[in-house]
Design a protein around this ligand. Structure first.
Ligand SMILES: [Cu+2]
Length: 171
């Protein structure tokens, strides 16, 4: 009797280990898998690759611009990195369901990471929110500015998307 239940218990543990092992194996495989791509015949249509904020009063705080990123192709497109040219500027991808990517800024000495794994499914139009803080450089920093926001994608024909904006910071 004792032997039989021991054998059964051994088999049960063996089964648990096999199941656990395959679950862990799959998790490792999916987390270390490279982001799919590059993909062909897939591009994001950017509503405004460049824009001018015009006068940006310090008193009104952060200026925000919404840029649409339309995936009109038939395959998902991955945005693999996002960064800005200066610490006064941040950017974030927002999906139609309201879910958001991490907020990304300038990548400096030891500061943050530009890497992202944000998928824009076929047929989806996501929004890139770009925030410019006219107060980030202190009260004396008035005058014209130019900044860039750079995204990398797994599209073969569109590995990098660079947006540029200008503005004039006033008191
Ligand atoms: Cu700046």
């Amino acid at each position: 009797m004792k032997n039989k239940s021991n054998t059964t218990a051994l088999w049960a543990w063996g089964l648990v280990l096999v199941v656990l092992g395959s679950i862990i194996g799959m998790a490792i495989a999916s987390s270390s898998a490279p982001v799919a791509g590059p993909v062909e015949n897939a591009e994001l249509t950017v509503s405004e690759p460049s824009w001018d904020f015009g006068n940006v009063p310090m008193s009104k705080g952060i200026a925000v611009k919404s840029i649409s990123l339309a995936n009109d192709s038939s395959v998902p497109i991955a945005v693999t990195s996002l960064e800005t040219s200066c610490m006064c500027t941040t950017a974030q991808i927002v999906h139609p369901d309201g879910s958001k990517s991490g907020l990304k800024g300038m990548i400096g000495h030891g500061g943050g990471s530009s890497s992202l794994s944000e998928t824009i499914p076929a047929g989806e139009t996501a929004v890139l929110l770009v925030n410019f803080d006219p107060n980030a450089h202190g009260p004396a920093a008035t005058g014209p500015i130019t900044r860039t926001v750079t995204m990398r994608t797994n599209s073969q024909s569109q590995p990098e998307i660079r947006l540029t904006f200008s503005g004039n910071v006033i008191k």
